[in-house]
Ligand binder design. Structure first.
Ligand code: ADP
Ligand code: MG
Length: 392
């Protein structure tokens, strides 16, 4: 069993060797789940609108064996920690593990205890959803230790409950759905109000430029923006519109509403409604292989984030502007905002040269060279046990 586990490259192999190193035996299984990037559809997921993310080819792996208690280690600091899942640990990364354990325990899906080792190639706090990769992989590993197998959609729900209800991040469901349910070579158009998912082919490499600016979802702006969207919805209803979500507002109703609802709520409203329309158009452009139109929509989306949602940052604005000036097809800040990564569509035959030029331009403005890498659309959660890989 061990030999077949070790054949896997990257984070899976690292999680397994971390497990062996710290716990002195081989793990029984190793689950891995990807981070994600959202092509477009930002801050629409908690407003009943669509999102268009895909799973990146960077993953978080959780190697595990059953045990009497709960002991965890992450490659992030290498320290073995005993945890008590009945006691939430706010502020620690182990809060995510404890959250998953409690959610599984409440449904009779958890083992009695476990040793877990975590390794990841997903940058943390870069808007690429290392948190969902961690909770989805943990849920899959723990359910696997009980000998059960759940549909990917059920894993997504458990991971969402862990992060939202237990860790207390007011996230939407997108990150966990992608990390659990993505198909290789496809983006996912997720209509968050209905839950409908359409897998849209995406065969091009997409570039990510890391601004180097990190956010912390647990402290601040994200929750504030959500509250502002709730106030905006209230104001829209006061104007006589019977809607459950901002995403339901028809584009034709937008202009008078923006005039009637004062800033900042009117601006947040304008972003959500225009982004809802853009995201559906972007899915059509992608399905029709119209990368030029897709790129145009990404840039429009970034401008909306910058001007109306006020969730961009100077480094991201610079990267988008610079990418477009250097010949990109489109570019946009992705993720919750205030830092993180910028997604860039580059003409494949010129990508290497353009990346260097964009990096150099950024260095002149901010002093550091932004890390950039290309990713293709990858698959969701996988489980590796004795000699077999399962796609869920
Ligand atoms: P993002 O999901 O955009 O990367 P979040 O703030 O939502 O950013 O989640 C990051 C948090 O998730 C980290 O601060 C840490 O607590 C936890 N985390 C993610 N990946 C790992 C990992 N490999 N090891 C330990 N903790 C991790
Ligand atoms: Mg996250």
């Amino acid at each position: 069993m061990e030999r077949s586990l070790v054949r896997h490259p990257g984070p899976v192999r690292q999680a397994i060797s971390l497990f062996r190193d710290r716990f002195g035996s081989a793990p029984v299984l190793c689950a891995s789940a990807p981070g994600r990037v959202n092509l477009i559809g930002e801050h629409t997921d908690y407003n009943g609108g669509p999102v268009l993310p895909f799973a990146i080819d960077r993953r978080t792996a959780v190697a595990g064996s059953e045990d009497e208690g709960w002991t965890v280690v992450s490659q992030v600091d290498g320290t073995v920690r005993a945890i008590d899942p009945s006691r939430p640990e706010p502020g620690s990364w182990t809060a995510y593990i404890g959250g998953v354990v409690r959610v599984l325990q409440a449904r009779g899906l958890a083992p009695a205890g476990a040793r877990l080792a975590v390794a990841s190639s997903v940058p943390i706090g870069a808007g690429l959803s290392s948190s969902a990769a961690l909770t989805v992989a943990t849920a899959r590993a723990l359910v696997g230790l009980t000998g059960r197998r759940l549909p990917p959609a059920a894993l997504a729900d458990l991971a969402y409950r862990a992060e939202h209800d237990e860790v207390g991040v007011r996230c939407g469901r997108m990150d966990q759905i992608v990390s659990a349910q993505a198909r290789p070579g496809h983006a996912m158009l997720i209509e968050t109000a209905s839950g409908a998912i359409t897998h849209v082919p995406l065969h091009h490499a997409v570039w990510l430029f890391d601004t180097g600016i990190r956010h912390r979802l647990t402290d601040g702006q994200y929750n504030r923006r959500r509250q502002e969207c709730e106030v905006a919805l209230q104001r829209v209803r006061e104007q006589g519109h019977r809607v459950d979500h901002l995403g339901e507002i028809a584009p034709n109703d937008l202009a008078p509403l923006v005039r009637a609802v004062p800033a900042p709520w009117g601006l947040r409203l304008r972003h959500v409604v225009s982004e809802t329309a853009r995201t559906r158009e972007a899915a059509k452009a992608l399905a029709g292989h119209d990368l030029g139109e897709l790129g145009r929509l990404l840039v429009e989306g970034h401008e909306s984030l910058r001007r109306d949602f006020e969730s961009s940052c100077p480094e991201a604005d610079h990267l988008v502007e610079s990418a477009m000036r250097h010949g990109a097809l489109g570019a946009r800040l992705t993720g919750a905002g205030s830092g993180g990564a910028v997604v860039v569509l580059l003409p494949p035959d010129q990508a290497a040269r353009l990346v260097t030029e964009i990096q150099e331009h950024f260095r002149q403005a901010f002093g550091g060279v932004p890390i950039a890498w290309a990713t293709k659309a990858s698959g969701g959660v996988r489980l590796r046990t004795s000699g077999r890989t399962r796609s869920s």
